[in-house]
Design a protein around this ligand. Sequence first.
Ligand code: HEC
Length: 118
Amino acid sequence: MALLSLATYSFGQTGKKKTNPVKKASPATASAADIEAGKALIQKADCMTCHKLDIKLVGPAFMQVAAKYPANDANYASLAARIIAGGSGVWGQIPMAPHATLSPADAKKMAKYILSLK
Ligand code: HEC
């Protein structure tokens, strides 16, 4: 985590200053950087053995998840908790395995990526 925040810090310092930020109408606070990080985290983890973007596999398609939950902070938090704890009964009886070693911050980035797939 220390490394990650260091990297974020230095990017923030050396990155080009945005002179003309585009404000999104959406109340969601997912930055493009969070979404990209979430995508990379999902590709590194085991998620894609059970999930596909557009078709149901063992778990729901990530696009189905995105269609079900609006992209907002409450849903980022609840899906992040779900990714860490696992569970069943929302999409069917097959359980999702817990991911106890994921940090809440990383799980939240994953949720931001998933809910960006609209
Ligand atoms: C062993 C298979 C498996 C793996 C690995 C897996 N999932 Fe799932 N996932 C499922 C199943 C099955 C469900 C549906 C659970 C249910 O019905 O409540 C699910 C549900 C979800 C949901 C929706 C939860 C809800 O409350 O609607 C999200 C988001 C999700 N998974 C993300 C992930 C992410 C991110 C990873 C990787 C860190 C991951 N999953 C890894 C099987 C898996």
